[in-house]
Every structure is written in C-alpha cells, then in structure tokens.
Design a protein around this ligand. Structure first.
Ligand SMILES: [Zn+2]
Ligand SMILES: [Zn+2]
Ligand SMILES: [Zn+2]
Length: 66
C-alpha cells in the first residue's frame, strides 16, 4: 500500500458521491461504499459494496436486500 500524504479531510472534499447509492461518504464509512462484498451467488450484486441495494426479487443476500 502506498503512503498517501493527503489528510482524510482533504480526501473527503475530493471524493465524489458514491457511484452505487449516490450518497456522499467519508473515510470512516468508505469501506461500505467501496469494498466489494463476497455474498451469495446473485448475478446482480455479487461484487457490489454493502451500500448497494439489489433489485433482484430472488436475491438472498442480507447485505444487499436493503
Ligand atoms: Zn454507497
Ligand atoms: Zn449480494
Ligand atoms: Zn442480489
């Protein structure tokens, strides 16, 4: 992992809203919006981060249903 000199506050300012849920996020909850969740084999949300809401009615993922 490369060292990044930018402070968390400055990173927050540069960061666009989440691509998946449209919410602005900070370094504190970035994992929820960026980290792919290895969930059930649902083709729609397989590698989506936790903030993504799956619209597949047969989706069995707890993380992606709401
Ligand atoms: Zn998000
Ligand atoms: Zn899922
Ligand atoms: Zn799903």
């Amino acid at each position: 992992m490369p060292d990044i000199d930018v402070s968390d506050v400055e990173k927050d300012k540069m960061r666009p809203p989440c691509y998946h849920c449209g919410e602005p996020y900070s370094a504190t909850n970035a994992d929820r919006h960026l980290e792919p969740v290895d969930c059930q084999p649902c083709p729609r949300c397989k590698t989506m981060p936790a903030c993504y809401t799956c619209r597949n009615m047969y989706c069995a993922c707890e993380v992606h249903q709401h």
